[in-house]
Ligand binder design. Structure first.
Ligand code: AMP
Length: 280
């Protein structure tokens, strides 16, 4: 496994490979990241991973400075997983003085994570576009955990004609349902014990949908009710949205819906989602 820190070095190393699977990450790796790596290994002759805590996707009052980092441990996990190339650039390599071009999707900023985190998807789309240009992957792997991110990246690839295939893999969860996240380490033991309430709320709504409920408001109310039973959980938003436009739905139609939520446990913000499959 080669570990490269500059764009020039990465390009030189990448030139030795043909088709390449790519998993972009912010590090502090867990089984969710490793499931993406395993999928890439199974589907591609070679695999590259990036580890970059991207400052442009964090708001001024968010957790960029304290975001957990452990590159040494990450590299050991990636070596054991059979990764070929790892790109670990310093911030100045990705954003040198004078940097001034961004990828924006105004519609993404109006809903869900985009509305809650101004500038977040501008940062995500910009860094992923840059990483695609540097890594030149054949396929790139993303987690369903960040549902709106997958919609933004697919739209960017389509709109800007980027020659990469996007693969989305299911969310990996703890046995009690909590979605794996690098941010779970922020949780106190009491908050950790309360955190599976997101999964319970999503499951309750999915079961009600399976039983025939099609009212968006009824499912939003049900999820809010489940969350309200957990005093440590403070919901930021609870959504039943169209799976592609991510606009809130009054009535769920043939295309199904995306259930999603952001919930605060004091300073720790967790997100989770569940896809309600449609009829086509
Ligand atoms: P991050 O390091 O949080 O930027 O995540 C890197 C990639 O891993 C993104 O595509 C995430 O959606 C994905 N990911 C994060 N957590 C999970 C999870 N629990 N299950 C599956 N994929 C995940």
């Amino acid at each position: 496994m080669e570990v490269l820190h500059t764009i020039a070095d990465f390009r030189r190393a990448r030139a030795a490979f043909g088709e390449l699977g790519f998993v972009p990450t912010m590090g502090y790796l867990h089984q969710g990241h490793l499931a993406l790596v395993e999928r890439a290994r199974a589907e591609c002759p070679a695999v590259a991973v990036s580890i970059f805590v991207n400052p442009t996707q964090f708001g001024p009052h968010e957790d960029f400075a304290r975001y957990p980092r452990d590159t040494e441990r990450d590299l050991a996990l990636l070596a054991a997983a059979g990764v070929d190339l790892v790109f670990v650039p310093p911030v100045e390599e990705m954003y040198p003085p004078g940097f001034g071009t961004y990828v924006i999707q105004p519609a993404a900023d109006e809903v869900l994570e985009g509305a809650a985190r101004p500038g977040h998807f501008r940062g995500v789309a910009t860094v992923v576009c840059k990483l695609f240009n540097i890594v030149q992957p054949t396929k790139s792997y993303f987690g369903q955990k960040d549902a709106q991110q997958t919609v933004v990246i697919r739209q960017m690839v389509r709109d800007l004609n980027i020659p990469v295939e996007i693969v989305v893999a299911p969310t990996v969860r703890e046995p009690d349902g909590l979605a794996l996240s690098s941010r779970n380490v922020y949780l106190t033991p009491a908050q950790r014990a309360a955190a599976p309430v997101l999964y319970r709320a999503l499951r309750a709504a999915a079961e009600r949908y399976a039983a025939g409920e099609r009212s968006g408001e009824a499912l939003r109310a049900l999820m809010r009710e489940v969350l309200a039973a957990e005093p440590l959980a403070k919901p930021e938003y609870v959504s039943v949205a169209h799976p592609l436009t991510l606009r809130e739905l009054d009535q769920i139609g043939l295309e199904g819906a995306l259930l999603s939520m952001a919930v605060r446990f004091d300073g720790v913000r967790l997100i989770d989602n569940w896809v309600l499959e449609g009829m086509r």
